[in-house]
Design a protein around this ligand. Sequence first.
Ligand SMILES: Nc1nc2c(ncn2[C@@H]2O[C@H](COP(=O)(O)OP(=O)(O)OP(=O)(O)O)[C@@H](O)[C@H]2O)c(=O)[nH]1
Ligand SMILES: [Mg+2]
Length: 299
Amino acid sequence: MQNDTTFRSGFIAIVGRPNVGKSTLLNALVGEKVAIVSNRPQTTRNRLMGIASGENHQMVFVDTPGIHTPRTRLGNFMMQAVREGMDGIDALVVLVDVTAVGPQDRSIAEEMAQKKLPVLLLLNKIDLVEPQALLRIIDIFKDMGFQSILPISAKTGEGLDTLRAELLSHLPQGPKYFPDDMLTDQPERILCAELIREKALLHLRDEVPHGIGVEILGMTKKSDNLMEIHADIYCERDSHKSIIIGKRGTMLTLIGREARTDIESLLGMRVNLQLWVKVRPNWRNSAADLKTLGYDSKE
Ligand SMILES: Nc1nc2c(ncn2[C@@H]2O[C@H](COP(=O)(O)OP(=O)(O)OP(=O)(O)O)[C@@H](O)[C@H]2O)c(=O)[nH]1
Ligand SMILES: [Mg+2]
């Protein structure tokens, strides 16, 4: 039994197919939005930490890109980020979307359940299905060797108290790795770039979102209460550039306005956001472009 003086801490990676709700879960567990979320697959491109600190514990969650077969250098980087995200962790959670369980979920689950550490399977998005449907899904996974299988909704918060309690029971006695007020390991510059990308993902369709990259060119404090930010939005074709700009600039204005609002609350000051759209053919296969955008391995 855990007594009140034991401080428990550890790293918990969140893995699964694209779009199953990993980043939504990370945000819910941290209690703040630290990872961007969208209904497009492959929203998350890098691993990132979200930190949940309590009186007697600190849980460091590691969000990872969705597991997929890579077709670009960026895809290779993303899959490497998944592998690195699972290095040195204390527990692993595997997410599936109960509205779309498929063969890939099964093979990912089988592989992850073999790991020599506590591995939990989370059936996410239960707010979208009838309870009876869950029983059939539990059947698929029940003999794979998971520590436990928990139904949750990252969106409504259902099941998250049970999840926290269970995770805590698996964490070792350990140090406080980060200060209490630190919520993520991501620098402001990256968070700003991600918020811009999120708004682009929200409003753009078809293949355009996959080819979007955001480079922050500069962040300059103009006064105590005003930050000027210049950013380039990369895309892969001229036709995509016109779509991103929109008729008389309406799309770019919309993306910019929504991103600015979020960045203002992140930074706690007014923001003057200047966005430019640049065509960079095949940037997702260019080592130099990937490095500029922060998609290069540190190891
Ligand atoms: N209804 C419902 N929607 C959810 C839930 N969790 C996530 N979503 C939605 O599912 C979509 C994908 O969520 P993300 O958190 O971006 O998924 P992800 O697994 O991080 O996706 P990638 O980063 O692309 O791998 C978004 O539209 C979320 O709002 C949930 O519990 N219920
Ligand atoms: Mg994500």
